[in-house]
Design a protein around this ligand. Structure first.
Ligand code: S3P
Length: 172
């Protein structure tokens, strides 16, 4: 495969900026932008909160897995994944085998600030600080498998995109 068309897969906790960064990155590279959460919603025919409420997280993870496996067949894509997509070993292997995996991280305060008003993330309903803190602890090593890890806490979107572009293999 032409290395110029190698997928970029963005992983990271909720609120770390995967979609914002992904859209700009795709534009810079002339790649298509894929948001796996949006694909899950399309496939299931209902919203993420509805999927969780009516079918449960296990069902959501299965659809998410199928979407990821399908999307990774393509090339020339920036793929923004849901924060829990990395929890399955088969997803992690598929990502590493089909693109460059970039993990975005951010300090807890920033994450809480970004997701506080959000009603679309079932795992964060209730006491947001408490939920973010618990999940960050549970997932503290979940993103370590990535090819590159970027702490976005003090970075602008432009800078983050620049760092990712500078790390393209063969200095593309
Ligand atoms: C989830 C993250 C969400 C979405 C779902 C579950 C998670 O995606 O897939 O609510 O388990 O971290 P974002 O990371 O895009 O918010």
């Amino acid at each position: 495969m032409n290395p110029k068309e190698r997928n970029i897969i963005l992983v990271g906790f909720m609120g770390t900026g995967k979609s914002t960064v992904g859209v700009m990155l795709a534009e810079m590279l002339g790649f298509s932008f894929i948001d796996t959460d949006a694909q899950v919603v399309k496939k299931a025919g209902c919203s993420i909160p509805e999927i969780f409420a009516e079918h449960g997280e296990v069902y959501f993870r299965q659809i998410e897995h199928e979407v990821i496996a399908g999307v990774l067949q393509g090339k020339g894509q920036v793929i923004s994944t849901g924060g829990g997509a990395v929890l399955r070993e088969d997803n992690r292997q598929a990502m590493l085998g089909n693109g460059q995996v970039i993990a975005l991280t951010a300090d807890m305060d920033i994450i809480v600030e970004r997701v506080r008003q959000d009603r679309n993330r079932p795992l964060l309903q209730g006491d947001v600080e408490e939920r973010v803190s618990q999940l960050l602890e549970q997932r503290k090593h979940a993103y370590d498998f990535a090819d590159l890890m970027i702490d976005t806490t003090e970075l602008t979107v432009d800078t983050i995109v620049g760092i990712i572009l500078a790390h393209r293999p063969h200095s593309l």
